[in-house]
Design a protein around this ligand. Structure first.
Ligand code: SF4
Ligand code: SF4
Ligand code: SF4
Length: 269
């Protein structure tokens, strides 16, 4: 069944809705699933399509640092990725999603999870991290001082700093944070136009799905029952941090995921 029809059937299914036991009035915004059973890392391509789509979509927002980046007290080095813009092996201010490969050759696309109660937003001393009605968490790079507190408290270390760019250069180039932070914004502008995020559109395996959070929850239950698959819910509600990105995993993945440094990961099989 095509995915659109599949999602439509989920939305119309009273059995599934009742079975999911969800209070839809309390479930707002969007969430996403990355189906690791479907993701093959785009091994036939030069670059994973989700990564190239993200780079292309966000190129205009990538930082353009000054030529001579000043040092600031007390640090002697800066975080400068401007000469490594083609490095897709990690997150950077020029690469907002990347595909990690685990020891069992399972491909794991990584990016911001747009937490329901984002610690990055709570800690930001300048209030430049916002969350919109779609649940997209965004850093305003024009007013960010680059202190990197958001990265320190993010359970996945997602935001990345580029030195030599941002408001600190005008206000306190020797003392302030030292750059601006960058990360996935859920393609908030595309969502506002009723379009899908670029990585979802370009994924050849339909492994990335953004949708209403209630539908994602129901879809996750359906996918969980798929033969040979299990679902890992990255659920940190107990720690006052509720992320809403679900990974649908092959069963063989569970042991290796346990080795990843993700606090509060809960498993269901
Ligand atoms: S999520 Fe899709 S686009 Fe990204 S690596 Fe996997 S198959 Fe390719
Ligand atoms: S994953 Fe990290 S950067 Fe993204 S919303 Fe959560 S705390 Fe913030
Ligand atoms: S949602 Fe948009 S910004 Fe985030 S990883 Fe996908 S393409 Fe990049």
């Amino acid at each position: 069944m095509q995915r659109r029809k599949f999602l439509k059937s989920l939305a119309l299914s009273p059995v599934l809705v009742a079975g999911a036991n969800l209070d839809f009035s309390k479930i707002k915004g969007r969430a996403s699933i990355i189906d690791l059973d479907r993701c093959d890392g785009c091994t036939g391509f030069d670059m994973p399509k989700c990564v190239s789509a993200c780079k292309e979509k966000n190129a205009a927002r990538f930082p353009k640092p000054v030529e001579e980046i000043p040092n600031y007290f007390p640090r002697k080095i800066n975080e400068d990725y401007s000469q490594k813009q083609n490095d897709i092996s990690r997150l950077s201010p020029y690469n907002w999603t990347f595909v990690e490969v685990d020891s069992k050759k399972i491909f794991i696309p990584r990016r911001c999870m747009h937490c329901d109660d984002p610690t990055c937003q709570k800690i930001c001393p300048f209030g430049v991290i916002s969350k919109d009605k779609n649940n997209a968490v965004n850093i305003d790079e024009h007013f960010c001082f680059g202190g990197a507190k958001c990265r320190d408290v993010c359970p996945l270390g997602i935001p990345q700093r580029q030195a030599g760019v941002g408001i600190y250069l005008k206000i306190a180039p020797k003392l302030a944070g030292g750059g601006a932070m960058f990360k996935c914004d859920m393609c908030a502008d595309l969502l506002a136009e009723g379009k899908k995020p670029a990585c979802e559109t370009q994924c050849p395996k339909n492994a990335i799905i953004f949708d209403d959070k209630a539908k994602i929850l129901i879809l996750s239950k359906r996918l969980k029952s798929r033969e040979n698959s299990s679902m890992a819910i990255r659920k940190m509600a107990e720690r006052a941090l509720f992320t809403f990105l679900l990974w649908i995993l092959p069963k063989s993945m569970k042991p290796s995921l346990k080795n990843m440094k993700i606090p509060g990961t809960a498993y269901e099989s």
